[in-house]
Design a protein. Sequence first.
Length: 220
Amino acid sequence: MADSIGDALAKRNLIRPDHLQEAQAEHAKSGEPIGRILLRKGYVREEDLARALAEQYKIPFIRFGKFLISKDVIGNGVIVSRTTYHPNGGVHTVSHYHDYQLHGPQLKYTASGKPLMELNWNHGILDGQKTIYRNGSKIATIPYNKGQKHGTEFHYDDLGNLTAEIEWRNDKKHGATKLYSEEATDTEWFFKGQSVNGEKFKTLDERESAAAQLQDREVR
């Protein structure tokens, strides 16, 4: 049997347990729907109530007026994807879900339909490349691994020229950060987030690599 709307809201931590008990008691006396009681008393937001009702009855949730219009796709009782729209009707964001968590590609667009951002999620955690656009042109790609920046981040100008490269490891700058201009290339070095010079980085990196190899041999 499906949960009542009050129980559904409580499970999502959208209302307080004592507020639910109060609404249930009033419902028992008056017969007024629990959702309406909660809304009238200001115990729940109208949007949260509408979304919970839509999920309970497995129908798309839509917001009108000054809000984005939102459409959910439900499969086997859970949300599979959600598309939100700009007030002009253009797609704003397309998201995919698994077990109520963002999972898979997520695409965002401007009101005019140009790409704004591409992200990749793995059970609610950024995992993969994040791409940022400006005026429809790619201006940055940022690599993520299990929620942390990891790999080489690239930045571009509006003409597609490379303007920066940043090396990351476990969410910390690690390696060379290069800034490009017509005149020169400026390079900064980082080791696990700490600013160092190129020679110091090479020494520390070789030392770390040697320690890792020794540890690997000991394990074997």
